[in-house]
Unconditional design. Structure first.
Length: 146
């Protein structure tokens, strides 16, 4: 006997797929926004501080000397580290948590903001390894293109 709680997975037409997706996002909009807000809010605060350091050091820059100020070097290196952290947290972990939330919703399980992150506990290492691999391949391809 087929359990009625688990949906039957079948191919959908484009119209059905769009309708289901829009309905899913409309019903869980605040939860999905909350999943991405967890990494984004602290990252935006850090980016604001880096921008303030960068803009203040750019005002102190003397183009005739041609030397970078310590504030500029700190801001540039901070921006580079920030991009890597943002890639890991937002593109990797938050996207995986959102995917888990969508899968839970589709199978009829409750969807929660923190629950979506908790269900990733067993796959953190695999996810970080995959992100590292993507980063290394991106760097290799960037150098190759140059």
């Amino acid at each position: 006997m087929i359990d009625s709680a688990v949906p039957i997975i079948r191919p959908m037409t484009l119209a059905e797929l769009l309708d289901r997706s829009i309905r899913l996002y409309r019903q869980n909009f605040l939860k999905f926004i909350g999943i991405f807000a967890i990494p984004y809010i602290p990252l935006m605060m850090i980016q604001t501080v880096i921008s303030l350091i960068s803009s203040r050091s750019m005002l102190d820059f003397d183009p005739s000397s041609g030397e970078f100020t310590p504030g500029m070097l700190t801001a540039f290196s901070g921006s580079f580290v920030f991009i890597i952290i943002q890639f890991i947290l937002v593109q990797g972990i938050a996207t995986a948590a959102l995917t888990r939330a969508v899968a839970n919703n589709y199978t009829g399980k409750p969807v929660g903001i923190l629950d979506s992150y908790r269900t990733l506990s067993t796959s953190w290492i695999k996810l970080l390894a995959a992100l590292f691999l993507v980063f290394v391949l991106t760097m290799i391809l960037s150098v190759w293109m140059i």
